[in-house]
Each structure stands twice: as structure tokens, then as C-alpha cells.
Design a protein. Structure first.
Length: 358
């Protein structure tokens, strides 16, 4: 660690970063570093405020969101400020019952989807109204998304919207194999046959079977060309589907409107739960009408639907999901109880110890 921080040893090894000013930016109310199989203490210990350099940092607070208030009326500004205060209280665990890790909170009625007959359709209609009239408009998809804590729920919503989407489906199947570094013997080759590998669904890896249509929004799952805006998490809209490449237009970030071509890549999962190394050759994208809350960090949207079939499970997830929008009328929550019926109560997870040193 010292070798990294002491960038200019001629100035003195006791000076952090060789005496250069380093600016860190972030919000401890948001999701903390992901620690595989880590508990609360391990996650808090991996945060910046637990670093030995934290005592040498000077904390500067941003107090005014100029972008959201320019050109707004006094009543609008007051509403924005009230919503912002509620979000901050939520992120710090000051809403509802005393919060020491996990607490049950009640969501205001105006933020809820209350339809009992088909609540998921009501959520989709809120986030994607008149979708069949707007599927050629990239701005339409760049400003909205459905969020959920877990991938399995995200896949269900994406499959449902893909079925509603006009146009002909195109199916792309991956080529999966054990990595040569495994030096697989004949028993391993039989045990981990292509059929077995095809069935694996791993976070951060495209599925074996990828179904797409022209006009569908997708998300990039790997860094490809950072200089031209092709980062892990970049959203694009499909323009043409070829055999070996996919033509798409960037709809998020600083390169909106740029056309690009996405090839198949050899992708190796980093999930340590898999006891062997395998690679999947597939297009590094996933349909993203819906996405996980973790993937939504950094996104700025005008319309968000939060689907909580199960409650959030780690610090900051609820705060991150609700703070993706610019105004209160841009977000709705569908919360289901154990019987699958809409409710107004959900869990909020906050590790308050991360705020002790601020």
C-alpha cells in the first residue's frame, strides 16, 4: 500500500500520495463495496472511511443541487427539497423504526403501486407508457428503467417486456468450454459437458441463450472501449442484428447517439463459487428494460419503477434505487408481502457505523 500512495519518494515517504492533492468523491449512503461472502463487518471494513488514510482526509460536503433547481418555481423547489430530505433520512436510517442494520419502514401512499389484479402490468405502464409508440425513440429508453434487488426478478421482467416488444426475435447461443488452464481430464470433460456449462447462470455474464429484437435496450457487461464510452454498465439500443456482430447506438453516458458494433467475446466469470474455470463466448450484453439496483448506480433517470418481490438485502440499496430520479413523481414502488399481495411496508438496510467518522 505504501508503494502505491507514496508516488513521489523524493518529497518524503511520510507524505501520502507524495504530497499531491487527491480528491475522492462518493456518498456513504449508497451501496458499500461488494465483499464476496462478507458480512456486515467485512463490508464496513472495506469502505474508504475505514482506511488508515481517512484521518488525513478533509471532508467537504455538497449542500445544493443546482442542476435540479435552475428554472424551477418556488413550489417546485420546495417539493424537490422535501423529497431530497426524505431520501437523505432514508439513506441514513432515520425513517421509521430505530435502524441498527435492518428496519421495517412505511412508504408514503403516493409512491406505491396499489393495483391488486395485475400490479406488475401497472408498474410496467408507469415506467414504459405507450411503449409500442416509442420503441424507435432512444431518448425514451435512456430515461427510464425498472429496478429490483436480484437478477432472477430482473430476468422475469425483461422476458415479459421482450415478449410485448414488436419485431422478430433473433436467438444467439454461446459456446461454452472449460479453460485450458484447468487441464481437464476425461472425467472432468464428461462431468462438465457443454450442456452443463450452458445451463450456468452467473452474475455479470450473459446467459447461454440470448434473445434480442431490433429496438430493444441492452446493457454492456464488460469494458470494451472506454475512450469511446463502451463501459461495463453502458446502455445501448439495438439497431441491427447480424450473425457475428450487433450494431447498436449508445443511449447513456457521454457518447449518446454514437453507433458501435459489438462482437462476441471470450468471457471468464470471476465468481469464486464456481469450483472450476470455464469460458463463454457470447455477446457481452443483457436486455435492460429492467436492471439490478447495484447496476443502476451512477444512472440518472426520469422514470423508475422499483419492484420489491423480496426486500433489499444490503446497505444503501433502497436509497440508491429511489435516488435515481430527479423528482418524487418519477418513482413508484411495487412491494409484495409473503402472500404476493401489494403492501406499503418494506425493509431498509443501513449500517450506521459508516457515518461515525464523517
Amino acid at each position: 500500500m505504501n508503494d502505491i500512495f507514496n508516488m513521489d519518494t523524493s518529497i518524503g515517504s511520510e507524505i501520502s500520495f507524495g504530497g499531491k492533492v487527491i480528491v475522492f468523491g462518493g456518498d456513504f449512503r449508497q451501496i458499500l463495496p461488494v465483499v464476496p461472502n462478507g458480512g456486515r463487518q467485512e463490508i464496513v471494513n472495506a469502505s474508504l472511511c475505514s482506511l488508515y488514510l481517512w484521518s488525513k482526509c478533509k471532508l467537504l460536503r455538497l449542500t445544493k443541487n443546482t442542476r435540479l433547481t435552475i428554472g424551477r418555481s418556488t413550489s417546485d423547489i420546495e417539493e424537490i427539497n422535501n423529497f431530497a430530505k426524505w431520501l437523505l433520512d432514508l439513506g441514513e436510517g432515520n425513517v421509521g423504526c430505530p435502524n441498527d442494520g435492518e428496519a421495517s419502514i412505511e412508504i408514503p401512499p403516493d409512491l406505491l403501486i396499489k393495483d391488486i389484479s395485475d400490479p406488475i402490468s401497472s408498474l410496467i405502464d408507469f415506467v414504459y407508457p405507450s411503449i409500442l409508440d416509442n420503441y424507435n425513440n432512444h431518448n425514451y429508453f435512456s430515461e427510464r428503467a425498472i429496478l429490483a434487488p436480484k437478477n432472477e426478478v430482473v430476468h422475469e421482467i425483461n422476458d415479459r417486456l421482450l415478449a410485448l416488444f414488436p419485431g422478430e426475435e433473433r436467438e444467439y447461443l454461446s459456446s461454452d468450454s472449460l479453460c485450458q488452464t484447468e487441464n481437464p481430464n476425461s472425467t472432468q470433460l464428461k462431468l462438465y459437458s457443454p450442456d452443463v456449462l450452458n445451463g450456468l447462470k452467473v452474475s455479470g455474464l450473459p446467459n447461454h441463450r440470448l434473445v434480442l429484437k431490433v429496438g430493444v435496450p441492452v446493457m454492456l457487461l464488460r469494458n470494451m472501449d472506454q475512450q469511446n464510452g463502451l463501459w461495463n454498465g453502458t446502455r445501448l439500443q439495438i439497431k441491427r442484428l447480424y450473425n457475428r456482430v450487433i450494431e447498436a447506438e449508445i443511449i447513456s453516458g457521454g457518447n449518446i447517439g454514437t453507433r458501435t458494433y459489438i462482437p462476441r467475446l471470450n468471457l471468464i466469470p470471476s465468481d469464486k463459487k464456481i469450483p472450476f474455470a470455464f469460458q463463454r463466448r457470447q455477446f457481452p450484453i443483457a436486455v435492460c428494460f429492467a436492471m439490478t439496483i447495484n447496476k443502476s448506480q451512477g444512472q440518472s433517470l426520469s422514470r423508475v419503477g422499483l419492484y420489491l418481490r423480496q426486500p433489499v438485502f444490503t446497505h444503501g440499496q433502497l436509497y440508491v434505487a429511489l435516488s435515481r430520479v430527479k423528482s418524487r413523481d418519477g418513482v413508484k414502488l411495487l412491494i409484495l408481502d409473503k402472500d404476493g399481495k401489494p403492501t406499503d411496508k418494506t425493509s431498509n438496510v443501513v449500517y450506521k457505523e459508516v457515518f461515525n467518522k464523517l
